[in-house]
Design a protein around this ligand. Sequence first.
Ligand code: AMP
Length: 174
Amino acid sequence: MASSHHLSAAVRDIPDFPKPGILFKDITPVLADGKLFHDCITLLCATAGDQVIDKVVGIDARGFIFAAAVSDRLGVGFVPVRKAGKLPWKTRGLAYSLEYGENVIELHEDAVRPGENILLVDDLLATGGTAAAAAELITSLGANLIGASFFIELTDLNGREKMPDIPIHAILQY
Ligand code: AMP
């Protein structure tokens, strides 16, 4: 198992991307290293503890990479939260603001069911707008959101304060 230090060393800082003033955390070097990516998914799966998970919900687009791998490792289904206009069936949507812009995300109405235990997974927690909107969509469909797990958390942005009732886990904190 790689320590989180080794994972941290592989995350690349890109200043002023995609806009001036944003320090973008580039996770592609972690993905490109089979052992690091495997260990990252192991650590994300461990955030679920011994709770029963029915589905993993991942957020468009980098979140899909982590969430799909976590769902496969846990042996449960994967559900995408997507940017507006991408999902083909009946959707429920929410507008939210993020660190560098605004967005609308959508979830298929039948993707999570009342009473199902859901783990939300994304690559990075910044202001928390994205994850909080996804959390609201999930719970509005009657599912139990048992936790939200991130590869990276930017702690200065206090994103977890937008989800005070949800257990939040992050593998790396900056
Ligand atoms: P937020 O809604 O502010 O928590 O933003 C989270 C989403 O935006 C995540 O899905 C990230 O993919 C992306 N994001 C925001 N800030 C950064 C950053 N500094 N580096 C990389 N991705 C970011």
